[in-house]
Design a protein around this ligand. Sequence first.
Ligand SMILES: Nc1nc2c(ncn2[C@@H]2O[C@H](COP(=O)(O)OP(=O)(O)O)[C@@H](O)[C@H]2O)c(=O)[nH]1
Ligand SMILES: [Mg+2]
Length: 365
Amino acid sequence: MLLKYPIVYQIRRNPVKFFTPILGLIFLWVFLIQDKSTKKPNSPYSYKSKVFGKKNDWIPRNLPADHISHYDLNKLASTPMAAYNKERVLILTPMAKFHQGYWDNLLSLTYPRSLIELGFIFPRTQEGDEALKNLERQVKKIQNPKNKIEERFAKVVILRQEHESLKSQNEKDRHAFKVQKERRSQMATARNSLLFTTIGPYTSWVLWLDSDIVETPPTLIQDLASHDKPVIAANCFQRYTDDNNSPAIRPYDFNNWIESDEGLRIASTLGDDDIIVEGYSEIATYRPLMGHFYDENGDPKTEMPLDGVGGTCLMVKADVHRDGAMFPNFPFYHLIETEGFAKMAKRLGYDVFGLPNYLVYHYNE
Ligand SMILES: Nc1nc2c(ncn2[C@@H]2O[C@H](COP(=O)(O)OP(=O)(O)O)[C@@H](O)[C@H]2O)c(=O)[nH]1
Ligand SMILES: [Mg+2]
Protein backbone atom coordinates (compact mmCIF):
# COMPACT_ATOMS: atom_id res chain seq x y z
CA MET A 1 0.00 0.00 0.00
CA LEU A 2 1.35 3.42 -0.92
CA LEU A 3 1.47 5.99 1.88
CA LYS A 4 -0.34 9.21 1.11
CA TYR A 5 2.46 11.26 2.69
CA PRO A 6 6.16 10.41 3.26
CA ILE A 7 6.99 8.88 6.73
CA VAL A 8 9.03 11.89 7.86
CA TYR A 9 6.02 14.13 7.16
CA GLN A 10 3.73 11.83 9.19
CA ILE A 11 6.12 11.79 12.19
CA ARG A 12 6.27 15.56 12.21
CA ARG A 13 2.52 15.94 11.82
CA ASN A 14 1.49 13.54 14.62
CA PRO A 15 4.47 12.00 16.52
CA VAL A 16 2.32 10.47 19.31
CA LYS A 17 0.10 8.60 16.86
CA PHE A 18 3.17 7.26 15.04
CA PHE A 19 5.31 6.17 17.99
CA THR A 20 2.64 4.75 20.34
CA PRO A 21 2.15 1.44 18.46
CA ILE A 22 5.94 1.01 18.07
CA LEU A 23 6.51 1.57 21.80
CA GLY A 24 3.67 -0.83 22.52
CA LEU A 25 5.33 -3.54 20.42
CA ILE A 26 8.69 -2.98 22.16
CA PHE A 27 6.95 -3.21 25.55
CA LEU A 28 5.26 -6.46 24.54
CA TRP A 29 8.55 -7.97 23.33
CA VAL A 30 10.53 -7.01 26.44
CA PHE A 31 8.03 -8.18 29.06
CA LEU A 32 6.29 -11.09 27.47
CA ILE A 33 8.21 -12.69 24.64
CA GLN A 34 11.80 -11.94 25.70
CA ASP A 35 11.11 -12.87 29.30
CA LYS A 36 9.96 -16.34 28.27
CA SER A 37 12.67 -17.04 25.74
CA THR A 38 15.71 -16.01 27.76
CA LYS A 39 14.94 -16.09 31.48
CA LYS A 40 12.74 -19.17 31.53
CA PRO A 41 13.71 -21.17 28.46
CA ASN A 42 11.13 -23.57 27.21
CA SER A 43 13.42 -26.55 27.72
CA PRO A 44 13.39 -29.51 30.06
CA TYR A 45 16.08 -27.76 32.11
CA SER A 46 13.52 -25.34 33.49
CA TYR A 47 11.32 -28.18 34.69
CA LYS A 48 10.31 -27.72 38.29
CA SER A 49 10.94 -30.97 40.08
CA LYS A 50 7.79 -32.02 41.94
CA VAL A 51 9.66 -34.56 44.00
CA PHE A 52 12.49 -32.40 45.19
CA GLY A 53 10.64 -29.05 45.21
CA LYS A 54 13.42 -26.79 44.10
CA LYS A 55 13.85 -25.74 40.53
CA ASN A 56 16.74 -27.12 38.46
CA ASP A 57 18.12 -29.05 41.38
CA TRP A 58 19.01 -32.05 39.28
CA ILE A 59 21.20 -30.42 36.64
CA PRO A 60 24.65 -28.99 37.12
CA ARG A 61 24.06 -25.35 38.03
CA ASN A 62 26.96 -23.96 36.06
CA LEU A 63 25.47 -24.88 32.67
CA PRO A 64 23.90 -22.08 30.64
CA ALA A 65 20.23 -22.69 29.87
CA ASP A 66 20.87 -23.19 26.17
CA HIS A 67 23.71 -25.66 26.78
CA ILE A 68 23.88 -28.62 24.41
CA SER A 69 25.78 -31.73 25.57
CA HIS A 70 27.64 -33.74 22.96
CA TYR A 71 28.63 -37.36 23.55
CA ASP A 72 30.51 -39.47 21.06
CA LEU A 73 29.35 -43.02 21.75
CA ASN A 74 32.27 -44.29 19.64
CA LYS A 75 34.62 -42.99 22.28
CA LEU A 76 32.62 -44.39 25.21
CA ALA A 77 34.43 -47.56 26.19
CA SER A 78 33.90 -50.42 28.64
CA THR A 79 37.41 -51.79 29.20
CA PRO A 80 39.04 -54.28 31.56
CA MET A 81 40.80 -51.31 33.22
CA ALA A 82 37.51 -49.58 34.09
CA ALA A 83 38.71 -47.60 37.14
CA TYR A 84 42.00 -46.55 35.51
CA ASN A 85 40.06 -45.33 32.46
CA LYS A 86 37.56 -43.50 34.70
CA GLU A 87 34.57 -45.41 33.31
CA ARG A 88 31.19 -44.57 34.83
CA VAL A 89 29.32 -47.45 36.42
CA LEU A 90 25.59 -47.45 37.08
CA ILE A 91 24.57 -49.76 39.93
CA LEU A 92 20.90 -50.70 39.63
CA THR A 93 18.90 -52.28 42.44
CA PRO A 94 15.19 -53.11 42.53
CA MET A 95 14.46 -52.85 46.24
CA ALA A 96 11.47 -54.38 48.07
CA LYS A 97 13.36 -54.60 51.37
CA PHE A 98 16.24 -52.59 52.77
CA HIS A 99 19.09 -54.60 54.28
CA GLN A 100 21.77 -52.70 56.20
CA GLY A 101 24.22 -55.38 55.04
CA TYR A 102 23.56 -54.44 51.40
CA TRP A 103 24.28 -50.78 52.07
CA ASP A 104 27.39 -51.45 54.18
CA ASN A 105 28.72 -53.73 51.47
CA LEU A 106 28.03 -51.09 48.81
CA LEU A 107 30.02 -48.56 50.85
CA SER A 108 32.89 -51.03 51.17
CA LEU A 109 33.38 -51.21 47.37
CA THR A 110 36.71 -49.70 46.37
CA TYR A 111 35.71 -48.46 42.90
CA PRO A 112 35.85 -44.62 43.01
CA ARG A 113 32.45 -43.34 44.17
CA SER A 114 32.69 -40.29 41.95
CA LEU A 115 32.43 -42.74 39.01
CA ILE A 116 29.42 -44.58 40.45
CA GLU A 117 25.77 -43.69 39.99
CA LEU A 118 23.09 -45.51 41.95
CA GLY A 119 19.56 -46.24 40.78
CA PHE A 120 16.78 -47.81 42.86
CA ILE A 121 13.18 -48.76 42.18
CA PHE A 122 10.70 -49.47 44.98
CA PRO A 123 7.35 -51.26 44.78
CA ARG A 124 4.20 -49.34 45.73
CA THR A 125 3.61 -51.39 48.85
CA GLN A 126 3.82 -50.71 52.55
CA GLU A 127 7.00 -52.76 52.63
CA GLY A 128 8.37 -50.72 49.73
CA ASP A 129 7.60 -47.44 51.54
CA GLU A 130 9.42 -48.71 54.62
CA ALA A 131 12.46 -49.76 52.56
CA LEU A 132 12.45 -46.38 50.79
CA LYS A 133 12.54 -44.50 54.08
CA ASN A 134 15.46 -46.59 55.35
CA LEU A 135 17.42 -46.18 52.15
CA GLU A 136 16.82 -42.42 52.02
CA ARG A 137 18.16 -42.05 55.55
CA GLN A 138 21.43 -43.74 54.52
CA VAL A 139 21.70 -41.92 51.19
CA LYS A 140 21.32 -38.53 52.87
CA LYS A 141 24.23 -39.31 55.20
CA ILE A 142 26.55 -40.12 52.29
CA GLN A 143 25.39 -37.49 49.80
CA ASN A 144 25.60 -34.69 52.37
CA PRO A 145 27.23 -31.71 50.58
CA LYS A 146 29.51 -31.32 53.60
CA ASN A 147 31.13 -34.68 52.80
CA LYS A 148 34.19 -34.73 50.61
CA ILE A 149 33.48 -35.26 46.91
CA GLU A 150 35.29 -38.66 46.99
CA GLU A 151 32.88 -39.85 49.68
CA ARG A 152 29.79 -39.09 47.64
CA PHE A 153 28.34 -41.06 44.74
CA ALA A 154 28.18 -39.21 41.41
CA LYS A 155 24.38 -39.41 41.45
CA VAL A 156 21.54 -41.25 43.19
CA VAL A 157 18.17 -41.78 41.53
CA ILE A 158 15.22 -43.24 43.42
CA LEU A 159 12.07 -44.34 41.60
CA ARG A 160 8.74 -45.65 42.80
CA GLN A 161 7.14 -48.26 40.63
CA GLU A 162 4.20 -47.20 38.55
CA HIS A 163 2.68 -50.69 38.32
CA GLU A 164 1.51 -53.30 40.81
CA SER A 165 3.66 -55.89 42.52
CA LEU A 166 2.96 -59.02 44.54
CA LYS A 167 1.30 -58.29 47.84
CA SER A 168 3.23 -60.90 49.81
CA GLN A 169 7.02 -60.78 49.65
CA ASN A 170 7.74 -63.51 52.16
CA GLU A 171 10.08 -66.16 50.85
CA LYS A 172 7.57 -69.00 50.62
CA ASP A 173 4.92 -66.96 48.80
CA ARG A 174 7.21 -65.30 46.29
CA HIS A 175 8.95 -68.57 45.43
CA ALA A 176 5.73 -70.56 44.86
CA PHE A 177 5.84 -71.99 41.34
CA LYS A 178 2.37 -70.81 40.33
CA VAL A 179 3.12 -67.11 40.95
CA GLN A 180 6.40 -67.12 39.05
CA LYS A 181 5.11 -65.92 35.68
CA GLU A 182 3.29 -62.96 37.21
CA ARG A 183 6.05 -62.14 39.68
CA ARG A 184 8.92 -62.42 37.20
CA SER A 185 6.98 -60.39 34.66
CA GLN A 186 6.47 -57.61 37.26
CA MET A 187 10.14 -57.75 38.16
CA ALA A 188 11.06 -57.46 34.47
CA THR A 189 8.91 -54.34 34.14
CA ALA A 190 10.52 -52.85 37.26
CA ARG A 191 14.03 -53.57 35.94
CA ASN A 192 13.21 -52.04 32.55
CA SER A 193 11.72 -48.89 34.10
CA LEU A 194 14.82 -48.52 36.24
CA LEU A 195 17.24 -49.11 33.38
CA PHE A 196 15.56 -46.88 30.80
CA THR A 197 15.20 -43.93 33.19
CA THR A 198 18.76 -43.99 34.55
CA ILE A 199 21.20 -45.05 31.82
CA GLY A 200 23.16 -42.03 30.61
CA PRO A 201 25.11 -41.25 27.43
CA TYR A 202 28.27 -41.55 29.56
CA THR A 203 27.42 -44.89 31.26
CA SER A 204 30.03 -47.58 30.48
CA TRP A 205 28.83 -50.39 32.72
CA VAL A 206 25.61 -51.41 34.42
CA LEU A 207 25.94 -53.53 37.55
CA TRP A 208 22.69 -55.24 38.58
CA LEU A 209 22.87 -55.87 42.30
CA ASP A 210 19.91 -57.20 44.26
CA SER A 211 19.06 -55.54 47.56
CA ASP A 212 19.69 -58.75 49.48
CA ILE A 213 23.31 -59.17 48.33
CA VAL A 214 25.02 -58.49 51.63
CA GLU A 215 28.58 -59.59 50.95
CA THR A 216 30.87 -59.26 47.91
CA PRO A 217 34.61 -58.78 47.49
CA PRO A 218 35.34 -55.01 47.85
CA THR A 219 36.90 -55.06 44.37
CA LEU A 220 33.66 -56.42 42.85
CA ILE A 221 33.39 -53.83 40.06
CA GLN A 222 37.06 -53.95 39.06
CA ASP A 223 37.02 -57.78 39.17
CA LEU A 224 33.91 -58.20 37.01
CA ALA A 225 35.07 -55.52 34.53
CA SER A 226 38.51 -57.13 34.26
CA HIS A 227 36.95 -60.07 32.37
CA ASP A 228 35.96 -57.70 29.57
CA LYS A 229 32.76 -59.64 28.82
CA PRO A 230 29.51 -58.13 27.53
CA VAL A 231 27.53 -59.90 30.27
CA ILE A 232 29.06 -61.64 33.29
CA ALA A 233 27.40 -63.08 36.41
CA ALA A 234 28.98 -63.73 39.81
CA ASN A 235 27.97 -66.98 41.60
CA CYS A 236 25.39 -66.12 44.24
CA PHE A 237 25.62 -68.26 47.39
CA GLN A 238 24.11 -68.06 50.86
CA ARG A 239 25.67 -68.52 54.30
CA TYR A 240 23.85 -70.80 56.76
CA THR A 241 24.46 -72.92 59.82
CA ASP A 242 24.60 -76.65 59.07
CA ASP A 243 23.34 -79.57 61.19
CA ASN A 244 26.59 -79.61 63.20
CA ASN A 245 26.08 -75.95 64.03
CA SER A 246 29.01 -75.01 61.82
CA PRO A 247 28.99 -72.12 59.37
CA ALA A 248 28.48 -73.36 55.81
CA ILE A 249 27.61 -72.05 52.35
CA ARG A 250 25.18 -73.25 49.68
CA PRO A 251 24.21 -72.11 46.18
CA TYR A 252 21.31 -69.62 46.08
CA ASP A 253 20.72 -68.24 42.58
CA PHE A 254 19.72 -70.98 40.13
CA ASN A 255 19.03 -68.68 37.23
CA ASN A 256 22.63 -68.95 35.97
CA TRP A 257 22.55 -72.00 33.73
CA ILE A 258 23.59 -73.68 30.49
CA GLU A 259 20.80 -74.85 28.18
CA SER A 260 20.19 -78.61 28.06
CA ASP A 261 18.66 -80.91 25.46
CA GLU A 262 15.81 -81.57 27.87
CA GLY A 263 15.27 -77.82 28.36
CA LEU A 264 15.04 -77.39 24.59
CA ARG A 265 12.74 -80.40 24.27
CA ILE A 266 10.37 -79.08 26.95
CA ALA A 267 10.38 -75.64 25.31
CA SER A 268 9.39 -77.22 21.97
CA THR A 269 6.25 -78.71 23.58
CA LEU A 270 5.06 -75.45 25.17
CA GLY A 271 2.38 -73.08 23.98
CA ASP A 272 3.33 -69.54 22.87
CA ASP A 273 2.58 -68.00 26.27
CA ASP A 274 4.19 -70.68 28.43
CA ILE A 275 7.47 -70.11 30.24
CA ILE A 276 10.17 -72.22 31.85
CA VAL A 277 11.54 -70.92 35.15
CA GLU A 278 14.67 -72.63 36.39
CA GLY A 279 15.07 -74.15 39.84
CA TYR A 280 11.61 -75.77 40.14
CA SER A 281 10.98 -79.50 40.33
CA GLU A 282 7.69 -78.91 38.44
CA ILE A 283 9.81 -78.51 35.29
CA ALA A 284 12.93 -80.69 35.39
CA THR A 285 15.19 -79.30 32.66
CA TYR A 286 18.45 -80.97 33.80
CA ARG A 287 20.23 -77.77 32.85
CA PRO A 288 23.76 -77.53 34.29
CA LEU A 289 23.47 -74.80 36.96
CA MET A 290 26.46 -72.53 37.73
CA GLY A 291 25.66 -72.87 41.43
CA HIS A 292 26.84 -76.50 41.22
CA PHE A 293 30.13 -75.67 39.50
CA TYR A 294 31.73 -73.92 42.48
CA ASP A 295 35.15 -75.30 43.37
CA GLU A 296 36.53 -73.89 46.60
CA ASN A 297 40.10 -74.52 45.44
CA GLY A 298 39.44 -73.27 41.94
CA ASP A 299 40.64 -70.03 40.39
CA PRO A 300 38.10 -67.24 41.05
CA LYS A 301 38.84 -66.00 37.52
CA THR A 302 37.48 -69.20 35.90
CA GLU A 303 34.80 -68.36 33.34
CA MET A 304 31.96 -70.50 32.01
CA PRO A 305 29.62 -69.66 29.12
CA LEU A 306 25.97 -69.36 30.17
CA ASP A 307 22.58 -69.30 28.43
CA GLY A 308 20.49 -68.01 31.34
CA VAL A 309 21.44 -65.51 34.05
CA GLY A 310 20.01 -64.22 37.30
CA GLY A 311 20.05 -60.58 38.33
CA THR A 312 21.50 -60.93 41.82
CA CYS A 313 24.97 -59.72 40.77
CA LEU A 314 25.30 -59.20 37.05
CA MET A 315 27.69 -56.89 35.21
CA VAL A 316 26.61 -55.71 31.75
CA LYS A 317 28.48 -53.49 29.29
CA ALA A 318 26.13 -50.55 28.86
CA ASP A 319 26.25 -50.98 25.07
CA VAL A 320 24.47 -54.33 25.41
CA HIS A 321 21.49 -52.52 26.97
CA ARG A 322 21.89 -49.60 24.55
CA ASP A 323 21.68 -52.05 21.63
CA GLY A 324 18.30 -53.12 22.98
CA ALA A 325 18.82 -56.02 25.36
CA MET A 326 16.22 -55.62 28.11
CA PHE A 327 14.24 -57.82 30.48
CA PRO A 328 11.28 -59.30 28.60
CA ASN A 329 8.12 -59.19 30.72
CA PHE A 330 6.55 -61.54 28.17
CA PRO A 331 7.62 -65.06 27.16
CA PHE A 332 10.68 -64.67 24.92
CA TYR A 333 11.76 -68.11 23.68
CA HIS A 334 9.74 -69.31 26.72
CA LEU A 335 12.00 -67.30 29.02
CA ILE A 336 11.25 -64.22 31.07
CA GLU A 337 13.04 -61.44 33.03
CA THR A 338 16.80 -62.00 33.60
CA GLU A 339 16.76 -65.40 31.87
CA GLY A 340 15.03 -63.76 28.89
CA PHE A 341 17.62 -60.97 29.03
CA ALA A 342 20.46 -63.47 28.57
CA LYS A 343 18.65 -64.93 25.57
CA MET A 344 18.08 -61.47 24.10
CA ALA A 345 21.73 -60.47 24.59
CA LYS A 346 22.77 -63.67 22.82
CA ARG A 347 20.32 -63.05 19.95
CA LEU A 348 21.94 -59.59 19.62
CA GLY A 349 25.29 -61.36 19.19
CA TYR A 350 26.78 -60.92 22.68
CA ASP A 351 28.41 -63.67 24.73
CA VAL A 352 27.18 -64.34 28.22
CA PHE A 353 29.45 -65.70 30.96
CA GLY A 354 29.49 -66.64 34.60
CA LEU A 355 32.21 -66.95 37.24
CA PRO A 356 31.54 -70.20 39.14
CA ASN A 357 34.31 -69.61 41.73
CA TYR A 358 33.66 -65.93 42.31
CA LEU A 359 31.13 -65.82 45.15
CA VAL A 360 28.77 -63.15 46.40
CA TYR A 361 26.34 -63.82 49.26
CA HIS A 362 22.58 -63.50 49.50
CA TYR A 363 20.95 -62.57 52.80
CA ASN A 364 19.58 -65.55 54.72
CA GLU A 365 15.93 -64.84 55.69
N1 LIG B 1 10.87 -52.65 42.60
C1 LIG B 1 10.61 -53.88 43.06
N2 LIG B 1 11.61 -54.64 43.54
C2 LIG B 1 11.32 -55.88 43.97
C3 LIG B 1 10.00 -56.39 43.97
N3 LIG B 1 10.05 -57.66 44.45
C4 LIG B 1 11.33 -57.91 44.75
N4 LIG B 1 12.11 -56.85 44.47
C5 LIG B 1 13.59 -56.73 44.57
O1 LIG B 1 14.10 -57.45 43.45
C6 LIG B 1 15.24 -58.22 43.78
C7 LIG B 1 14.96 -59.71 43.57
O2 LIG B 1 13.84 -60.09 44.33
P1 LIG B 1 13.89 -61.24 45.42
O3 LIG B 1 12.55 -61.28 46.04
O4 LIG B 1 15.05 -61.06 46.32
O5 LIG B 1 14.15 -62.50 44.55
P2 LIG B 1 14.76 -63.88 45.06
O6 LIG B 1 16.05 -63.61 45.74
O7 LIG B 1 14.91 -64.65 43.79
O8 LIG B 1 13.76 -64.44 45.98
C8 LIG B 1 15.56 -57.85 45.21
O9 LIG B 1 16.50 -56.80 45.18
C9 LIG B 1 14.22 -57.37 45.77
O10 LIG B 1 14.39 -56.43 46.83
C10 LIG B 1 8.95 -55.57 43.47
O11 LIG B 1 7.80 -55.92 43.43
N5 LIG B 1 9.30 -54.33 43.03
MG1 LIG C 1 16.76 -62.14 46.64
